[in-house]
Ligand binder design. Structure first.
Ligand SMILES: Cc1ncc(COP(=O)(O)O)c(C=O)c1O
Length: 392
């Protein structure tokens, strides 16, 4: 399948998870759409845009099991999380609960809002390797107090690549009357979703990762009863619109100023494209990617005699085997660690794969991704490269 993507042939690309990668067919569609937009920009923005957004949203809604009325596009999951946090009505002493597997940017957003409101971020330690779904639920519930007002939980954790049992977490917390936001940055296109059934108050997911959409496409799901309290970070024409053909939510979020909305418009095309790769549609793609990453993880764990990161059923199409001892990462100005092993994999072997320092478990994790363009031989090459690096 690699010929369908635009990836550099000289690299072994094992990091679909970080920023996705667009198939050539979608790059071409984006180019054509931009040509069309620039052929008559006013027609595009004033006449065509609403219908194009609605058509794309409808396909996305069907994929993620949510009513289109509850879905809005946002540029990325970071914006989705910030949007909800900024709309919360927090008071001094309130607690926002997160886990230590949270994505750094979202933790920063929670910390920022907490500081402004006098609330407090409580970070729950979820032991890694993760033993079971029950261990995650237990850790989270053990930290709930009568001050817990909001819980922000990853669906698929970024550094450790574990699927958290979000349905169970939402159900337990809802019964305690606590609102939950699920950060599903990695989930759309990686695992089947049914947001309505899941029942979370808020859910954000990226389309530019596992749906292979253009960068700058994500969504925010807002459960119907919460619709009125969530406003976009950018207030624009929608706020005082007298239009009656669109909901207030869509009026506000569908226009946040002049921008390139092509990434949102193309989400539906991406769903169609990924659904066309195998006879079983996108479901088969997810299953194949899962099977490949499990095989790759087994191979690596055996080769490096390390424990599995979690039960296979808690993996989607990424896995983070704790292969390496804790080392001295070089901290780049961005705050992201440039691991020396990662550097050698990149420079000497042309392998793109993140190495994550996980001091909580005293290990460094090699987070592999599996997308349609990967094969088991990619991970065998990674294992050979790691063996050589570790022996020198
Ligand atoms: C769990 C999680 N949340 C949020 C993000 C941020 O995604 P974005 O940069 O698209 O906002 C990521 C990115 O990898 C992530 O893994």
């Amino acid at each position: 399948m690699k010929h369908l993507w635009n990836l550099d042939d000289t690299f072994t690309f094992l990091n679909h998870g970080s920023f996705g990668a667009m198939p050539k067919a979608i790059i071409e569609k984006q180019h054509l759409l931009r040509l069309h937009i620039e052929s008559q920009p006013v027609r595009h923005f004033q006449i065509e845009l609403d219908d194009l957004l609605d058509a794309s949203r409808k396909k996305l809604a069907s994929l993620v099991g949510a009513p289109p009325e509850d879905l809005v596009f946002v540029p990325n999951a970071t914006t989705g999380v910030n949007t909800v946090l900024a709309s919360l009505d927090l008071s001094p002493g309130d607690e926002i609960l997160v886990t230590d597997h949270i994505y750094n940017a979202c933790n920063n957003a929670a910390t920022y809002v907490a500081k402004k409101t006098g609330a407090k971020v409580v970070t729950v330690h979820v032991p890694f390797p993760v033993e079971s779904e029950g261990a995650v639920v237990e850790a989270i519930l053990s930290a709930v107090t009568d001050k817990t007002k909001f819980v922000l939980i990853d669906h698929v954790t970024s550094p450790t690549a574990v699927i958290f049992p979000v349905r169970q977490i939402v159900s337990e917390l809802s019964s305690r009357d606590i609102d939950v936001m699920i950060d599903g940055a990695h989930a759309p296109g990686m695992i089947p979703l049914n947001l309505k059934e899941m029942g979370a108050a808020y859910y954000t997911g990226n389309c530019h990762k596992w749906l292979c959409a253009p960068k700058g496409s994500a969504f925010l799901y807002i459960r119907e009863d919460k619709r009125k309290r969530i406003r976009p970070l950018v207030i624009s024409h929608g706020a005082n619109s007298t239009r009656t053909d669109k909901s207030f939510l869509h009026l506000e979020f569908d226009w946040t100023g002049t921008d390139d909305y092509a990434p949102y418009i193309l989400v539906g095309d991406c769903i169609d494209f990924l659904g066309s790769l195998y006879p079983g549609g996108i479901g088969e793609l997810m299953e194949r990617n899962h099977n490949l990453v499990v095989a790759a993880k087994n191979f690596l764990c055996e080769a490096f005699e390390c424990p599995p990161p979690c039960p296979d059923r808690m993996l989607g199409s990424m896995a983070a085997p704790p292969i390496l001892p804790l080392g001295e990462p070089i901290i780049a100005p961005s705050g992201m660690s440039l691991d020396p092993v990662k550097e050698r994999l990149y420079n000497d072997y042309r392998i793109e794969v993140p190495v994550v320092s996980w001091p909580q478990a005293g290990r460094r994790l090699v987070r592999i991704s599996a997308q349609a363009y990967n094969t088991l031989s990619d991970y065998e090459y990674l294992a050979r490269a790691l063996k050589e690096i570790l022996s020198t």
